[in-house]
Design a protein. Structure first.
Length: 190
C-alpha cells in the first residue's frame, strides 16, 4: 500500500489558505511577507520532491499550480512525476500539456484504490478541501507541517470541524527554527 502524505504551510491557528499570495484573501502571501526566510526551515520541501513518487491535488490547487509550477526550477522534480487530480468537474481538455502525466480521479474511493497500487509515496500539496475530506475518511498516513508563528483568524483550515472519533498521531520528526517556524512530521496511528 502506498503512503499518502499531506504537506502544508499552516498558521498556528490552523489556517492554510493563500500561503503563496493567491488573490482574494486578506492575508494572502503570509508565508513570505510576515516571517523571515530561513532556507533550513524549508529543507523538507526539497526532500518531499525526492521521496515522493506521485502528486495528488484537488482541482483548485491544480488550477493554481499547473500554470506556474511546470516552469519553476524549485519544483523541477515534480515535472515528470505522475499527478492525480481529484475533481468531479475538471475535464481532460483543462489539463496542461507541459507537466507530465495527469490523471483525473472522481472520488475518494478512487484515491483509496490508488493507495492500493504499487509505487512510492503520494504527496498532497495545497488542496485544503481535499485534505480535510481525505483525513475524515482515514486515508492520510502522514502529515508534513510547517507551522508559522501567525494567527490569521479567518480562512480555510487544514482539518475539518467534523465531530468524529479521535485520530492519534505520532510525532516522528520536529524542529524549531530561529524565525519561529516549526517543522512537525506526524504519522497517523492505525
Amino acid at each position: 500500500m502506498r503512503t499518502l502524505i499531506s504537506t502544508a504551510f499552516v498558521s498556528l491557528d490552523g489556517v492554510v489558505e493563500a500561503p503563496g499570495g493567491e488573490p482574494g484573501y486578506r492575508n494572502a502571501g503570509w508565508t513570505f511577507k510576515d516571517v523571515e526566510f530561513l532556507p533550513e526551515a524549508f529543507e523538507i520541501k526539497g526532500r518531499e520532491q525526492k521521496e515522493a513518487a506521485a502528486m495528488l491535488l484537488g482541482r483548485v490547487s491544480y488550477e493554481s499550480f499547473s500554470p506556474v509550477w511546470p516552469d519553476m526550477e524549485d519544483f523541477a522534480d515534480y515535472r515528470v512525476m505522475p499527478k492525480y487530480v481529484v475533481s468531479t468537474t475538471l475535464t481532460e481538455d483543462a489539463l496542461v500539456s507541459n507537466w507530465g502525466e495527469t490523471t483525473i480521479l472522481r472520488s475518494l474511493d478512487d484515491v483509496a484504490a490508488l493507495k492500493e497500487t504499487e509505487g512510492g509515496p503520494i504527496i498532497i500539496h495545497g488542496s485544503a478541501t481535499l485534505t480535510r475530506d481525505l483525513s475524515d475518511a482515514g486515508l492520510i498516513d502522514r502529515y508534513h507541517l510547517l507551522v508559522f508563528p501567525l494567527l490569521l483568524g479567518a480562512g480555510k483550515r487544514l482539518f475539518s470541524g467534523t465531530d468524529k472519533d479521535a485520530q492519534k498521531l505520532k510525532l516522528v520528526e520536529s524542529e524549531a527554527y530561529a524565525n519561529g517556524l516549526q517543522k512537525n512530521v506526524f504519522d497517523v496511528v492505525r
